[in-house]
Design a binder for this molecule. Sequence first.
Ligand SMILES: [Zn+2]
Length: 372
Amino acid sequence: MQGPNSHGPRQFSPLVRRINRDAHPLFSFKSHRSSGGNVIVPRQPRPPDTLKFKDDGTFKIMQITDLHVGEDQHTWWGRFQDLLTKSTQNFLLDRELPDLAIFSGDLITAHSINNTERVTHYWAKALKPVIDRGIPFASTFGNHDADDGALNTRHRLMEFDMKQSGSWTREGPRDIEGLTNYVLPIYDSSGEKVQVLLYVMDSGDSNDDRISKAQVKWVKSTAKEWKDKMGRHLPSLAFFHIALPEYKKIWACDKTYGLKDDVINTVRDNNGLLDLFRTINTQGVFVGHDHGIDFCGDEKGVLLCYGRHTGYGGYGGWMRGTRMVQFRGEEWKTWVTTERGQVIPLDRAEEHIPSRSDCEEWREAEERKGSK
Ligand SMILES: [Zn+2]
């Protein structure tokens, strides 16, 4: 096959023109090479046995969200966008070298993959850039990972994921909603003491997106167990697919930092999850789902963040990228790295200050909802 650069732009379909061809590593031999993206990566180095801070006291997490691998496979564009997704992941991973990658849902587009047997094939494609580099990873489900939320597909994918080299994905308690509800303890550099906790949760499927009361209860009891063990609530972060209703509130009433070019869709109810997070030292929440948003904003001490749409599957033509989180001791910061290699920390992200009327409108909408 001829390289994409050998075609004039007119021969591309309108869909292909959504790619910023100067930006994308696939179209830019120089930046790809200088980033290390063209260097042959040794096949499947062994991932570490423990999730722990590096000797320099840092721990770096890459949130990979909404890859939508396998979408529109019956078209050449569908297959092509998977190549773009792969090279985007390769570029970002080589640039950031995370200690852990968290896939926050919609790794695949299951309704495009007619054969349920084939879903693991595409799931493997989504994980491959991370596995090839020996980077530990943890996955949770979005609303598109199983067609119609089919439970057997979700089970099949979870079991497949858990068998892969470097997977920290876990099956959560069976008596609560969702499959992938688990907590990951991150140890200090000596590997002896837990320093940080990461809650990974399942915000539901296409039929039933929510954080249920039972899930909130599970977080509460898990946090208590850890507090009893450690003598205090360790700093923690939470990762799942669909935003909490409070994301709408911060956009309407508070200052936010970052892109908002899409509608905020949230789970129907948080069942008190955010209030609980405040009391257990959960300092940040990271979601995906709405591809044209990557803002963060503070809601009474918890930073609510969107990830950056990483994959070429799924709607939207915004510049792809990833949201990064880095701990240094118990302090942490977050930034977005784009497929062009731009690094956008919070203080350089676009600031949005809503008007008073935005907030009033939000309040009125909430009251109407409450009175129904
Ligand atoms: Zn999505």
